[in-house]
Design a binder for this molecule. Structure first.
Ligand code: SAM
Length: 252
């Protein structure tokens, strides 16, 4: 996949591509990236790329001129151009999956109060929010979106690692443990040491259901649960009446 990032702060974005799993994906040629500072298209001695908002109000807005020229220089029209913004559609695992299937993506990093609407109207195909809160920069949001999508591309990480992860089948992940067996006063659940594959699978399935019910009951209505999983959910509900009451009350 080819990723192009347009930003006024390349130094915020570059380190992400130089470490860990992303670094390996770049070395393997799975990800090709370029970072463009669109201030390079700004004019005047101060290379101004932002200005005060029409109609008044606090802060500065990214001007349309320099960013449009930068977008034209990479022939962005016709490509999937992502603008992370709090007023975009919420990023979900399904959304990340759809983005991971593209051969090329362009990201515009907003900053200050945001981006002139005319640039959004002209070039942007996807306005994406990473959550209901406001960050100070689009660079961090862009990294979040890229991080969520690139790990889903074949060859980036082992496909088994993606299987039981949070949001697969609409549930959260089960708890994970590693050595040592005893840490401070706590031990690893004994079932994980039995070597009994079906018992471990059952325990993990119960943990996923219980965790989802506790932390994200809103996911359960869309989860693709088998009859067996529904029955397990009922028995977990019986075992933990207080969680059940909280869930029912929150649904009222
Ligand atoms: N004035 C904007 C508003 O109220 O929606 C907020 C601008 S924010 C201070 C600066 C930049 O951070 C935005 O242009 C956007 O690129 C990025 N940003 C902030 N919060 C975000 C979020 N929840 N999701 C995606 N991008 C976000």
């Amino acid at each position: 996949m080819k990723i192009t990032i347009l930003t006024l702060f390349p130094e915020m974005v570059e380190p992400f591509f130089l470490s860990s799993i992303m670094k390996r994906a770049v070395e393997k040629g799975i990800i090709e990236y370029r970072i463009i500072n669109f201030r390079d298209w700004a004019e005047g001695v101060h290379a101004k790329a932002d200005d005060i908002p029409y109609g008044g109000g606090a802060g500065m807005v990214i001007m349309p001129g320099p960013i449009s020229k930068a977008l034209d220089s990479i022939e962005a029209k016709g490509k999937r151009v992502v603008f992370p913004t709090p007023s975009g559609k919420l990023l979900t695992e399904d959304y990340a999956i759809s983005l991971s299937k593209e051969d090329e993506l362009v990201f515009i990093c907003g900053h200050y109060e945001g981006l002139d609407q005319r640039v959004i109207d002209e070039y942007v195909t996807d306005e994406i929010s990473i959550g209901d809160y406001v960050l100070s920069s689009g660079e961090t949001a862009t990294i979040v979106v890229i991080d969520a999508l690139y790990r889903l591309i074949d060859g980036v990480i082992a496909s088994e690692s993606l299987e039981d992860e949070s949001f697969s089948k609409g549930l959260l992940e089960y708890p994970q443990y590693t050595r040592p067996y005893r840490y401070c006063t706590k031990s690893v659940p004994d079932v994980l040491l039995t070597g009994h594959h079906s018992h471990i699978t059952q325990w993990r399935c119960d943990q996923r259901l219980a965790k989802t019910m506790q932390n994200r009951p809103d996911l359960l209505s869309d989860a693709s649960l088998s009859i067996e999983e529904r029955k397990r959910l009922l028995s977990i509900l019986d075992q933990d009446k207080r969680t059940c009451q909280r869930w029912i009350l929150s649904e009222l």
